[in-house]
Design a protein around this ligand. Structure first.
Ligand code: ADP
Ligand code: MG
Length: 734
């Protein structure tokens, strides 16, 4: 730690060690290349450049990811046992012990400073004997303990001190940087030390002083100083808070700016609503709505009867009954003589929605069409004509709905089901395509500033931090509770040893007329993946057919089957002609077969908790009690512990929060979600409070200044557009 050692300056303060006297140092700018900075040699400049740190500004923006607390040095004579302490002294003696003299190879030394002696032991670090030689001076930091009659430290952090090491240091905090082999943290710290004092005054502030002070945030330049050279832990916390707030505020400003822009420039049809319309719609449903559904319907009615375009996220746990709520919104459009569309992530799901909506609309005048990738060409052409001519009222389909040839006569409501499956990108595409008749030549009663109301539905409960981050521009409604008569799914986690028993029990259930899903992570197993023991769909069907489920009607279901085959299989399963489906996660969302009451998930440790909860939601949809068995490999012990949560917790939100904690935001949806903002400091796992504050501040700011066009907002706007301009499509406002 020679590199970032500090010394006292004449004024009694602490200054960063620098080989250049700041008074006569050359001037630098934030864009000065590092190899032009005196004090940073070509080797260091090269290694930093390889990390993308090519100039002064980038180096200063390279923040430590953590800090290490260094204790103040004490006199050895003043040390007591069981303390975290730091001391320095001269090495009096050293010896290395190996087997048979020591069970664990170790180096022992005695150091002394004139007030006392300290024994030091390093286990498994025989190389220490080359570093710690008699006569050198070292500084050690670690926990003290009483050993026989002496005081000793085991495996302390150890630094050999140079001859010119100044007076004993005080307690301080040392930054630890993301580093590479060529450029370890301490060298980075030294290079930062070379430029920091001169770079800080060049950092411009983008927040008004009063605003910042009111929120207890340090100035930007101060925050960078406190990050790189904190005087204590409190400073680091303070600096981190400022920089995290900035990241969150910037994103929220962008999101709200975009939203304000859309609201100003776009209009949606304000749909008529009356008690009579409400009654007519509800008459179509085979059951009364639950209070949770009613509450969300109320939000929707309010949204859709206003000309402000709706952007609402409807979340509800698996099985909470989102489909009828969507249908309610769609029928509001039809009641007003307009059209509605529902987009589902898979063909299976689109077909299922088409079928269940079709049943509810039987005998009505509402004309419903289904459009997927596998709709035959002639049928497609006639549906497209019907849409354009206004003969089709409701369109249900997959992302085929986004196709360029799809034009509506009067689309008023667009629903996206299981939105997370589409990812952030597709939502933006739909939004941009949302404008009716966009660029199309077809005659329309609507001009191109009219957009449909958009509802997005998800059963993947999204933790609050993520919801705000990903969907900050959406209003959120949550369907609370489940329809009556639902029984919780009994879940157990077992190891592979229990497999035979699990399948024996399943056989008994199938004998009794129940149905089952068996889920595996991949279509093809070990052969392809080179992962021994990983079973795929096909191999498992063969195994079960030849053994535990012999004579039962099994079928495979996965994404590589032809859509028509998939429909056929689903149809037969629904009709009870198949006992068990062996499937990949294609069944993850939405599939609704009430007689399927058993689920077995193989290699359950390969799935996230939120995803398992989705899968588990495929059973427990009828009146009968359902069970879900998660088979997980015990060699991954953490994974089994993680899965145990599934046994206790049936609330999807709690599970998603847990997943976020354990696996981080990118993993939450099973696959890495692209489009997550590139935060460097903010951490969605711990910054909910800051995020909420940033969101509120951003909303108020944009309310007061929708275009961020005041001169004193220029820098803020520039940084905003630079960071999020492309991803949020802010080009036109920036
Ligand atoms: P999800 O929210 O997971 O999409 P669905 O809309 O598929 O849930 O509904 C799950 C099941 O609950 C369906 O079989 C549906 O018919 C039924 N259901 C929905 N709402 C009610 C209700 N209010 N009363 C009784 N059953 C309902
Ligand atoms: Mg659904």
């Amino acid at each position: 730690m020679v590199g970032c050692a500090r010394r006292r300056d004449g004024r009694g303060g602490v200054a960063l060690a620098s080989r250049v006297d700041p008074a006569q140092a050359e001037r630098i700018a934030l864009n000065t290349p590092l190899d032009a900075v005196g004090g940073i040699g070509p080797t260091d400049a090269g290694a930093l450049g390889a990390m993308g740190l090519t100039n002064v500004g980038r180096l200063v923006a390279h923040l430590p990811h953590r800090h290490e607390k260094l204790e103040a040095e004490s006199d050895i004579g003043a040390l007591a046992p069981e303390l975290l302490a730091s001391a320095r002294g001269e090495v009096l003696s050293v010896r290395a012990l190996v087997w048979p003299h020591a069970r664990v190879p170790r180096v022992e030394a005695v150091i002394a400073d004139g007030t006392g002696r300290l024994e030091v032991v390093w286990f498994n670090m025989l190389w220490m004997r080359h570093k710690v030689r008699p006569g050198v001076r070292v500084r050690v930091q670690g926990r003290t303990e009483r050993f026989k009659q002496a005081l000793r430290m085991v495996n302390p952090q150890t630094e050999v001190l140079p001859d010119d090491e100044p007076a004993p240091r005080e307690a301080r905090v040392r930054p630890i940087y993301p580093a590479t082999e060529r450029m370890p943290s301490w060298r980075i710290a030294r290079c930062v030390g070379e430029v920091l004092d001169r770079a800080l005054p060049l950092i411009e502030e983008h927040l008004p002083e009063a605003y910042r002070v009111e929120r207890g945030l340090p100035a930007l330049a101060d925050a960078y100083r406190m990050m790189h050279a904190p005087r204590d832990e409190r400073e680091f916390t303070l600096a981190r808070r400022r920089l995290a707030y900035d990241e969150l505020l910037l994103l929220q400003l962008g999101v709200h700016m975009k939203r304000a822009h859309l609201r100003r420039t776009l209009k949606a049809p304000a749909l008529r609503w009356s008690q009579a319309i409400d009654r007519h719609i509800r008459e179509r449903f085979p059951f009364p709505l639950t209070p949770g559904q009613d509450a969300v319907v109320k939000d929707i009615v309010k949204d859709l009867s206003s000309p402000t375009p709706t952007n609402r996220l409807i979340q509800g746990d698996v099985g909470s009954g989102k489909t009828v709520v969507a249908l309610y919104a769609m029928l509001m459009a039809v009641a007003d003589g307009k059209q509605a569309a529902l987009m589902a992530p898979t063909e299976i799901l689109a077909e299922q929605h088409g079928a269940s909506m079709g049943r509810m609309l039987e005998g009505s005048r509402v004309r419903l069409a289904l459009l997927t990738g596998s709709t035959p060409e002639d049928q497609r052409a006639s549906i497209l004509r019907g849409l354009e001519g206004g003969e089709v009222d409701l369109l249900v389909g997959t992302h085929a709905l986004l196709g360029e040839r799809v034009r509506y006569a009067s689309l008023a409501v667009a629903v996206i089901d299981e939105q997370h499956r589409f990812g952030v990108h597709q939502r933006a595409v739909l939004r941009s395509k949302g404008t009716v008749q966009q660029g199309g030549p077809a005659p329309s009663p609507l001009d191109d500033t009219v957009t449909p109301h958009v509802l997005v539905m998800t059963a993947t409960p999204i933790p609050r931090t993520l919801a705000i981050t990903l969907f900050g521009d959406l209003d959120v409604s949550t369907i609370a509770g489940l329809p009556p008569g639902r029984q919780p799914v009994r879940t157990i986690v077992v190891g592979p040893d229990d497999r035979p028993a699990v399948y024996r029990r399943l056989r008994q259930k199938l004998d009794a007329g129940e149905q089952a899903f068996v889920v595996v992570p991949v279509i093809d197993g070990a052969e392809e993946e080179g992962d021994s023991g990983l079973k795929g769909v096909r191999a498992l069907v063969r195994e079960l057919q030849g053994g535990p489920l012999e004579g039962k009607r099994l079928a495979a279901l996965h994404g590589r089957l032809k859509p028509s085959t998939r429909d056929l299989v689903m149809g037969r399963f629904r009709a009870g002609l198949i006992d068990a489906l062996v499937a990949t996660t294609v069944i993850e969302v939405g599939v609704d077969v009430p007689n399927a009451t058993n689920m077995i998930v193989e290699h359950a440790d390969r799935f996230g908790l939120a995803q398992l909860h989705q899968l588990r939601g495929r059973v427990g949809r009828g009146e009968k009690a359902s069970a879900c068995v998660l088979i997980a490999d015990p060699t991954t012990e953490d994974a089994q512990d993680r899965l145990k949560v599934m046994e206790r917790v049936s609330d999807g939100f709690a599970l998603a929060e847990r997943d976020l904690e354990i696996r981080g935001p990118g993993e939450l949806f099973g696959t890495r979600q692209s489009g997550l903002p590139p935060f460097k400091v903010a951490d969605l796992r711990q910054d909910l409070g800051l995020l909420t504050a940033a969101r509120r501040d951003a909303a108020a700011w944009i309310d007061a200044s929708p275009g961020l066009s005041h001169p004193q907002e220029r820098l803020l706007l520039r940084r905003l557009v630079k960071t999020y301009g492309a991803s949020l499509g802010l080009g036109d406002v920036g």
